[in-house]
Ligand binder design. Structure first.
Ligand code: S3P
Length: 183
């Protein structure tokens, strides 16, 4: 697999609560890659939680930090990168995502609701009915997530290792398909 990938970064995209960080850490181990998480870097660099950034500086500032961090991390190779759920929103971010392989973790809304019902770390999910908000975000973003190179459909009972195995099956398919498209 390492030879096939040739150091190409893997970007995990998907809704909040889709497991990008957990799956990303495991996938990085499996591939012997470095693991980075854009939200964690944004928090570390700004010395604020994501909630604080949204409350004090606003979403636009957060999106700018997110684009800046993505630009920085895209300079690496051999890296699995867990992104924030909204990274797909800015067109300019796609030029960096497209330098690597983009994997969408597509998790049913009911599963996201269960995972996020007691979470208070996501500013966009505050003060609103969780399921309604998740459905509306998903509807707004679905066509963007669908631009991923690989879509992993996740079922309720899939554990993180199952998901990593699904990704490990799809990566070589995708690379071979791209190589044959070039020939
Ligand atoms: C966001 C997702 C969050 C974080 C921020 C905004 C979004 O990341 O970047 O709260 O717009 O979907 P996770 O997807 O890791 O929860």
């Amino acid at each position: 697999m390492k030879e096939l990938l040739k150091g190409l970064n893997i970007y995990l995209i998907g809704m909040m609560g889709s497991g990008k960080t957990t799956v990303g850490e495991l996938l990085a181990k499996e591939l012997e890659y470095r693991f980075l998480d854009t939200d964690a870097i944004i928090s570390a660099v700004s010395e604020k939680s994501i909630n604080q950034i949204f409350a004090e500086d606003g979403e636009d500032e957060f999106r700018q930090l997110e684009s800046d961090v993505l630009q920085e991390v895209s300079a690496y190779l051999y890296t699995v990168i867990a992104t924030g759920g909204g990274i797909i929103l800015r067109q300019q971010n796609w030029s960096h995502l497209r330098d690597g392989m983009v994997v969408w973790l597509n998790v049913p809304i009911d599963v996201l609701v269960q995972r996020l019902k007691d979470d208070d770390t996501r500013p966009l999910l505050k003060r609103e009915e969780l399921q309604t908000k998740l459905i509306s975000l998903y509807e707004q973003r679905k066509s963007l997530y669908q631009q991923a190179d690989i879509t992993i459909g996740i079922e309720e009972n899939d554990n993180p290792n199952d998901i990593v195995q699904k990704i490990m099956v799809e990566i070589p398919h995708k690379i071979r398909q791209e190589n044959s498209d070039l020939n």
